[in-house]
Design a protein around this ligand. Sequence first.
Ligand SMILES: C[S@@+](CC[C@H](N)C(=O)[O-])C[C@H]1O[C@@H](n2cnc3c(N)ncnc32)[C@H](O)[C@@H]1O
Length: 474
Amino acid sequence: MRRELVVTPSHWSPRGEAELAIHGRPMLVWQGIVGERSLVRVRNMGRNRDYAVFRDTQDPSPHRVEPACDRYNTCGGCPMMHLDTAGQHVAKRAMIVEALEEEGLGDLEVTEVTAGPLPEADFRHVVKLGIGYSDHGRLRVGAWGRHTRTVVPIPHCHVAASSLRAAMASVAHHILELEIPPWDPADGRGVLRAIVLRASRTTGDVVVTLVAGRRVRVLTELAERIALECTEISGVVLHLNDEDNNAIYKRDMFGEVHTKVLRGSPYLEETLNGVRYRVGPGDFFQTNPGLAERLYARALDRLALDDDTPFVDLYSGVGGLALAASTRTGFALGVESLENAVASARDAAKTQDLPATFECDDVGGFLPDLARRLSASRPVVSVNPARRGLEEGVAEGIAALMPRRIAYISCNPRALARDLAQFRALGFTIGAVEPFDMFPHTAHIECLVVLEGQDGAPARRAPRRRVVGRGKES
Ligand SMILES: C[S@@+](CC[C@H](N)C(=O)[O-])C[C@H]1O[C@@H](n2cnc3c(N)ncnc32)[C@H](O)[C@@H]1O
């Protein structure tokens, strides 16, 4: 194949590259734009696809901009930063429409994308860093690079909240000064495999999770130094993961992440729309709190809750929607499989005197019992599953609750489309798909869809469910 070609990408890849096919063989163009005719350089040819990089165009897309980061190419964490915000929204809507069409749901309306209060910078409240060596053997702390597991320092990462940037600088500085080596899962040598930093928008506090292959004294020294130096860091915890894989956390058989406190508190406090949440180190919580506020408020407005309607929040995490809903209804129940998250949700309900209760259980296993108790009162339901979407049988279990309305929140348009097709087959009326740009500059998008149940009609059987790619958890 020639090294330089003129191509016009036809659609977006799930990772945010512009994609096309040449004689049936896919090509992914880094920094390309769908519909823009451009000169590209072929970098390498994989087994199933080719990889190219944008070079030039005579006719630039009106949405093309210079990426506002000098690490754009090496870091790769913001693959759509070469598009302005409007252009990113056009691309993300197109991805959603494509996923819906693949499931025969091309008739559904997809609304304009809702942006957060910080649509371009400072919106990110969780950062995951790796440790590695440069080509010259120098220790490095930063993002895992675009091509390989090389580590790219990102001291000025401007998508991260300013408190996170301060904490990242301190953590990186002391790891280098203490010369803490990266963990090598293949031979069990070294120490640190990752650092996860989470910031609270409300308090500005940051909790740092040191993920290490083994426990050594230098980690306590690191925790002491960073907690002393960086006023933003309110807690440092240690998580041990000696597995030979690329996962950051080692979860136990129930999915829990175990940590040991090295300094301060392991919890952050975050407030969304006046409701306080407690977030622990391994818990899921939206990384973009400004937009999460808009999403939760929109979901609850669309659900039109009143005092007498029971509200059920499935996959409730630390209580995101259940706690918010309990300010509008007298009965809110959250169902979540992780004990740590449920403990945080219960604590938040208790300390704020909110009428929300939480069950620690598997959603699929818990639904039949819930249907026996609640179907007569026709609850309102929210579902916000992990990236893979609903597990087998869950859509039917939800239908058996006889919900009058469901708010489905999803970070994976393909899983969402598959599950919506099931709900349609079960007799639900599906409203417009509302995208929320929770992860600017990436190909990820959060969607809210409200479904209306039929009045008193028994549930039909859903068609067989397919498994869709898990991808990266948000
Ligand atoms: C995307 S998060 C949503 C959390 C919450 N709704 C929020 O807004 O913060 C998905 C949650 O579902 C939980 N989960 C995953 N599979 C589950 C299952 N089968 N049963 C119960 N909870 C589950 C995860 O632990 C996680 O907390």
